[in-house]
Design a protein around this ligand. Structure first.
Ligand SMILES: C[S@@+](CC[C@H](N)C(=O)[O-])C[C@H]1O[C@@H](n2cnc3c(N)ncnc32)[C@H](O)[C@@H]1O
Length: 150
């Protein structure tokens, strides 16, 4: 899916904007099969990969069998299974438009973040392709940047 729906350039930009230093701990919310997680690992971070889908995390687990700096959590973005003030970075790529309560999900990213940490949300801009809510598991037709920031 990343190859057709969003590109590696997005991941490169997200990681370079966040200036992720080696050795830090990041959460990847809605990690799926690990598009962002594997990028973070390559940059030398430790990662908590969180997703509500066991099949997705199974695929990621198989891809990363030899990697030790990675933990898997089945959980919901609106109620993350992580203690407050745990991670230095939270990434959520193409997850927000799937969740029922995006504001709660963003609130959760802030809760698990250490003081001075960074949240990187990459998702769809507001768009007019409402059929995606019927043909895919999309719940939201993208977001206005101002709403995400608010
Ligand atoms: C479009 S995929 C993106 C996966 C990955 N972030 C990537 O960049 O390839 C969306 C992912 O969000 C997960 N997801 C959807 N709703 C979720 C929720 N409420 N809580 C946690 N994960 C969720 C799905 O299971 C899926 O793996």
């Amino acid at each position: 899916m990343p190859q057709t729906y969003f590109s590696e350039r997005l991941r490169d930009l997200a990681l370079s904007d966040a200036r992720v230093p080696r050795g830090k701990l990041a959460a990847d919310v809605g990690a799926g099969t690990g598009f962002i997680t594997t990028g973070l690992i390559r940059h030398g971070l430790k990662v908590l990969a969180i997703d509500e889908s066991l099949p997705m995390l199974r695929v990621l687990r198989i891809k990363t069998l030899s990697i030790s700096d990675l933990c898997f959590f089945i959980g919901c973005a609106e109620r993350l299974p992580v203690r407050k003030c745990t991670v230095e970075y939270v990434f959520a790529n193409m997850c927000l438009h799937h969740v029922s309560h995006p504001a709660a999900a963003i609130g959760e990213t802030a809760r698990i973040l250490n003081e001075g940490g960074t949240i990187v949300v990459t998702d769809l801009d507001a768009h007019a392709f409402a059929f995606l809510t019927e043909e895919r598991a999309d719940r939201w037709i993208g977001f206005k940047k101002s709403d995400v920031q608010a």
